[in-house]
Design a protein around this ligand. Sequence first.
Ligand code: PLP
Length: 286
Amino acid sequence: EYIYIDGRFYDKENARISVFDHGLLYGDGVFEGIRAYNGRVFKLDEHVDRLYDGAKAIMLTPTLSKDEMKQAILETLRKNELKDAYIRPIITRGMGDLGLDPRKCAKSSVIIIAVTWGAMYGDLYEKGLTAVSVSVRRNASEALPTNIKSLNYLNNILAKIEANEKGGDEAIIFDVRGNVAEGSGDNIFVIKGGKIYTPFIQQNLNGITRASVLELCDKYRIPLVEQNLGYFDLYTADEVFVTGTAAEIGPITKIDGRIIGDGKPGPITRKLMKAYTELTKTTGTP
Ligand code: PLP
């Protein structure tokens, strides 16, 4: 395994960054999760755009242009001879003395990790996932904007811990007002009466898989509405699914002990899963 750090490749054992990197000390940085399918990087532009928007929002200046970042991502994939992979670019504030002030860090750092990757949920795509609501709340959009994919993921980790403790495959996180926000690493969709509902992007990370689903709904003329959703909407849905780069489209068949629909992945979810797989096979940057 070769890891890219600031323009050079290191083997896994020697891939190290400073303990004074503010990414480690303060979670000061941004990251992405990107999939490659059969050697092609899926939605590369979208992921790099989101990464750079996040960097801009936290006043972090990357050492690479967007084009250079894309090249570095593709190079990391090639160097590791990977076809189906998960790629993790990270931009940290870089090395600096103790203290929050980013001016202590002269230069930001870029790290890119690429590992081999298959279907994250295995046979659960057929069986359906169990989700549990958790007490952790998504940051209100008035606080840290939800669209910055920052290195501060403790909230999501706490949600995951709670889901693990309750025996759920995924957590459902609500915002401070009690609206459904998202999963620990994915967005949520609810289907009722042939119509799909999903929370506004202000309540969650602006998912790139979410955007693909919106496009697919358009293509297949499945009506989709962005709106606030609560417990009731989840429990009484015909179908529920989550979307994420790692999870792809994951059908949810049980929430807090309530069986969703007939307890099996429903027809609209299945149709979208198939269409999404097709999309990952037919598009992407070689
Ligand atoms: N929500 C959170 C908190 C995430 O970490 C992710 C994963 O990146 C998503 C949603 C899904 O986003 P995407 O589809 O772009 O992977």
